[in-house]
Design a protein around this ligand. Structure first.
Ligand code: AMP
Ligand code: TRP
Length: 344
């Protein structure tokens, strides 16, 4: 088995309304991993166009997400922040993977079924093939670790399957070209902590999402302090006081969600939060949660607005990041072409 150096890759779609779920499920981990790993964080604009986008809004969202990465603490000097469409290897390798992955694999993807809904015949081919593009994102950099929220687990498993099938299908050529016995690593998802699936503040059975029509369902990273506090105060709860043990959260999705958010924002486990708040009414707990959320999130909003006022700086970060990403990507694509038998 080949040994690959550890490298982190992840991406977020620039589709507006970046929220607390994106932050706790993904971006907080992006920031932590910088201390121990070489990291690439991508603004996945090619993924965004799998559903219709308005060009002017897409451009604004790409810059807003870049600002959010930096405002949350990703360091564009020490690590790589870039947008996917500036590195052509993503689309090229995705095509190769379209020819490696099997239709049956894609047919099992639950996110496609959710996003395409009833009108599946009318969904874009891109939305269907999206997991192959995501596999390309990761494997173009031979990334070994991928921090994501729970909803992306199935897509990372598909990326592992693609890597494994490529390694197997082309094993002779991989060896003959001097790449040993494994061309791609099998990337591991990093899905840990108390908030891998943050739920809507209005309905504990629905994921917090960018596209929920109710703005009260989510806390946006760009929200002002008053809005953050008000959304916490208005969050749906049940009439019982908080339990003292984690088991007491079973069957109480709204309570479970708010405790998970508190735990993640304060860097504690749910059990520790319940040690403090067990027996308390939601009114008291929400006051503490609103203060904590404002404390943690409001400075991010301020920094996002400051950075967004300077689009030339943001665009510079993306151009520089893309140049650094391309260095790795071009190497991989040359090797992939050799393995496939293309003339270059
Ligand atoms: P997306 O906005 O779909 O590009 O998601 C970007 C990242 O945020 C991915 O790693 C998702 O898994 C994560 N994410 C999105 N929504 C949530 C949520 N409600 N809870 C936890 N993580 C989430
Ligand atoms: N599909 C992911 C999402 O919607 C975003 C994404 C695209 C991604 N490419 C990736 C995440 C590669 C991790 C690694 O959230």
């Amino acid at each position: 088995m080949a040994n690959f150096p550890e490298r982190v890759f992840s991406g977020v779609q620039p589709t507006g309304n970046l929220h607390l779920g994106n932050y706790l499920g993904a971006i907080v981990k992006f920031v932590e991993l910088q201390r121990s790993h070489e990291c690439l964080y991508c603004v996945v604009d090619l993924h965004a166009i799998t559903v219709p986008q308005k060009p002017a809004e897409l451009k604004a969202s790409i810059r807003e997400l870049t600002a959010a990465y930096i405002a949350c603490g990703v360091d564009p000097a020490a690590h790589v922040i870039f947008n996917q469409s500036q590195v052509s290897g993503h689309a090229e390798l995705a095509w190769v993977f379209n020819c490696v992955a099997r239709i049956g694999w894609l047919n099992r993807m639950t996110q496609f079924k959710e996003k395409a809904g009833k009108d599946r015949e009318n969904a874009s081919v891109g939305l269907y093939a999206y997991p192959c593009l995501m596999a390309a994102d990761i494997l173009l950099y031979k990334a070994t670790h991928v921090p994501v929220g729970e909803d992306q687990k199935q897509h990372i498993e598909l990326a592992r399957d693609v890597a494994q099938k490529f390694n197997l299908d082309f094993s002779e050529s991989i060896a003959a070209n001097g790449f040993g016995d494994q061309f791609f690593p099998l990337p591991e998802p990093l899905i840990q902590g108390p908030a891998t699936r943050v739920m809507s503040l209005r309905d504990g059975s629905k994921k917090m999402s960018k596209s929920d029509p109710s703005d009260y369902s989510r806390i946006n990273l760009s929200d002002e302090p008053d809005a953050i506090a008000q959304k916490v105060r208005k969050a749906k709860t049940d009439p019982e006081p908080l339990p003292s043990e984690v088991e007491g959260l079973a069957g109480r999705p709204e309570a479970d969600n708010l405790v998970g958010i508190f735990a993640a924002l304060s860097g504690r486990a749910k059990a520790q939060v319940l040690q403090e708040f067990g027996g308390a009414q939601f009114s008291a707990f929400k006051t503490a949660l609103a203060d904590l959320a404002v404390d943690r999130l409001a400075p991010i909003g301020v920094e996002m607005r400051r950075l967004s006022a300077d689009p030339a700086y943001i665009d510079g970060v993306l151009v520089d990041g893309a140049a650094r990403a391309r260095k790795i990507a071009d190497e991989t694509m040359k090797a992939v072409k050799d393995v496939l038998g293309f003339v270059r």
